[in-house]
Ligand binder design. Structure first.
Ligand code: 1HN
Length: 350
């Protein structure tokens, strides 16, 4: 293995470097270690917690300052402090923001190339219409809006509704493929959404699905009430060291719901600490219920209900429930993309 240090730009004659620049060329070797470090990628993403208690008054203030028509979507974006405010990213691949909609407001229909999800934080009476399917928004519900699907948000309740948006926008933007098309209000075609009718229970799908070309996105809403009950039941059937962790999947294929981002929900028993392997994917973790503390690459982050945490790639992670009751967290990661690209890795902890 070569241990000689690589040449730098200063080793080269100025006129040569200038001649290369004029030709829109650059020598690789002075920059090679930046883009290809040994053994471990360089990561600008920082472990970070966004505290809902600090965000909420500012989000409500946005409601006073900026009418929905002036915002299109009234969102405060979770910007990772290691990646700057301009890039609007929580991790290299995950855009995340908290969106506010006030009683009587509508966020008009559009569709775009990035895929999105909503994860509801508070408020009653909000709903999202996805390709004509009305999806009620209750705390902890996960609602998908896959790439290209029409979506609009409504509020028929009395108090502010807030949710976490997560999008694969950074990836689609890097592809120079991010754009939106505005549309007319959709005609709602359902009473109850399909989580309440066609996909009522794991292991059961409409008979007509068998032998047919499958729908890409059969299920748009995953009600928290059911996910929470599934986690509690799983805990009752697991050994004390087995993680109580469920992946959200496409009920027709058993595979991930969306192509780039993956979603899962985890229960941490009182006092439990989980120490997953180091993973190549980045993620965010959103606290649904409970309080605890995480160690991420040596950084200690305390968390409470509705806080959101950024986890860099390859990070050494532990999460501990500090409460007397079970804690529930929701994870968004880019593992589906890593797996598709054939680059997904898990490593021993450092
Ligand atoms: C978007 O369309 C929504 O539809 C929310 O609610 C956040 C962030 C970036 C780009 C599009 C929405 C978004 C977004």
């Amino acid at each position: 293995m070569s241990v000689a240090p690589l040449g730098t730009l200063n080793d080269l004659p100025k006129d040569y470097v200038a001649a290369l620049s004029d030709l829109s060329l650059a020598p690789l070797w002075p920059s090679l270690r930046d883009v290809l470090p040994h053994d471990m990628p360089s990561r600008a993403t920082r472990p970070h917690v966004w505290r809902y208690g600090a965000i909420r008054p500012n989000l409500l203030r946005a409601g006073e300052l900026t009418p929905i028509e002036k915002a299109e979507r009234r969102v405060l974006v979770l910007c990772n402090p290691g990646l700057g405010l301009e890039r609007l990213i929580a991790t290299p691949t995950i855009y995340a923001g908290l969106q506010l909609i006030l009683p009587g407001e509508t966020a008009e229909a559009h569709r775009h190339t990035p895929s999105a999800i909503r994860f509801v934080i508070e408020g009653d009476g909000g709903y999202t219409v996805v390709n004509g399917e009305k999806c009620p928004m209750e705390k902890g519900d996960l609602i998908l809006t896959p790439s290209g699907s029409w979506h609009e948000h409504w509020h028929a309740g009395k108090n502010p509704v807030v949710w976490l948006d997560a999008l694969d926008l950074p990836v689609i933007y890097a592809l120079e493929h991010s754009y939106v098309v505005d549309g007319a209000r959709q005609t709602i075609k359902n009473g109850a959404d399909r989580s309440m009718t066609h996909y009522r229970r794991a292991g059961l799908v409409p008979y007509s699905v068998l032998g047919k070309r499958r729908e890409d996105y059969p299920l748009m809403r995953f009600p928290w009430r059911e996910v929470r009950a599934a986690l509690v039941d799983m805990a009752s059937g697991c050994g004390p060291r087995e993680p109580v962790h469920l992946a959200y999947v496409n009920p027709q294929t058993g595979g991930e719901c969306l192509p780039i981002l993956g979603f899962s929900a985890q229960m941490l028993r009182p006092g439990e600490e989980v120490r997953p392997p180091r993973r190549s994917c980045s993620s965010i973790m959103h606290v649904i219920e409970g309080r605890g503390v995480s160690q991420i690459d040596g950084v200690t982050l305390h968390w409470d209900e509705s806080d959101t945490i950024a986890v860099p790639t390859h990070a050494d992670v532990s999460h501990r429930n500090m409460g007397e009751r079970p804690a529930f967290v929701f994870h968004v990661d880019d593992a589906p993309l890593h797996r598709k690209l054939g680059v997904y890795e898990e490593h021993e902890r450092l």
